[in-house]
Design a protein around this ligand. Structure first.
Ligand code: ADP
Length: 233
């Protein structure tokens, strides 16, 4: 019964999320068709339609990735991965995501660290965490990354490798913290919708980490910033 409920809930959520951009697209086109417009107005309509179509593509790609993780999960080939190279690659990729934003992004520590895993998926998890740190930190803020292997972890309750990302951004109010990994969960629709955030980024992170037997912990204070810790076995 809970599986059926889950599927029903999922279909409802997906329909709702896909419907919003489609409603905007239809509205824009209907207005444009209502009378004769000049070239500039048509251009604006097309730009807006393109933007909404982009959001649809992003949602669908994220859902496809989630379903791929779920279905292929158990058969994905795990191998020894140099996690520091993966973190570096995710960091370099994320620089393009900055697009003019003025943040101080630094790698404070990047020790040689090996884990068993799938490098493509792990990179995706780090990229998602980095994108969030960038998205939710205003200009002038900072983002710091650390990676260290087990013997230097410094975390009393954990002995394995640890990835840590700290930002000085808007933070997450305490009452939301236990829900942020849920599918389509957004702390506030207004604060992330302009970036096209659909509340799937952390769901993907969590599923990828589950697959690796890794654990994620978040500490955050509204207005002060957020720290995500990823503990590998
Ligand atoms: P989204 O695509 O909306 O960013 P995520 O699943 O990646 O979705 O994150 C869920 C919610 O958690 C976001 O809507 C945002 O409100 C909050 N969040 C995630 N990371 C951060 C962060 N580093 N700082 C502040 N809020 C964050």
């Amino acid at each position: 019964e809970s599986s059926f409920n889950e599927i029903r809930q999922f279909s409802g959520d997906v329909s709702h999320e896909l419907k919003t951009p489609l409603t905007v697209i239809r509205g824009e086109i209907e207005i444009a068709l209502r009378g004769k417009r000049d070239a500039e107005e048509y251009r604006r309509t097309l730009e807006s339609v393109l933007e909404e179509a982009g959001k649809l593509t992003n949602i669908i790609e994220d859902l496809l990735l989630l379903s791929r993780i779920d279905t292929l999960g158990r058969s994905i080939t795990m191998r020894e991965v140099e996690l520091d190279s993966v973190v570096m690659a995710a960091y370099e990729d994320s620089m393009t995501f900055l697009s003019g934003k003025k943040l101080n992004i630094s790698i404070r520590r990047l020790d040689e660290t090996r884990v068993t895993g799938e490098p493509g998926l792990l990179k995706r998890a780090f990229v998602n965490l980095l994108h969030n740190a960038i998205k939710y930190t205003p200009d002038g803020g900072s983002v710091e990354i650390e990676l260290f292997p087990g013997d230097a972890a410094g975390e009393a309750e954990h002995k394995g490798p640890c990835f840590k990302i700290r930002d000085s951004g808007i933070g997450i109010p305490q009452r939301h913290l236990s829900y942020i990994f849920n599918r389509f969960y957004r702390v506030s629709t207004s604060r992330s919708s302009k970036d096209g955030g659909k509340g799937l980024g952390l769901t993907i992170v969590k599923r990828i980490l589950d697959l690796h037997g890794a654990r994620i912990r978040v500490e955050s204070r509204k207005g002060q910033g957020t720290v995500f810790y990823v503990f590998f076995p």
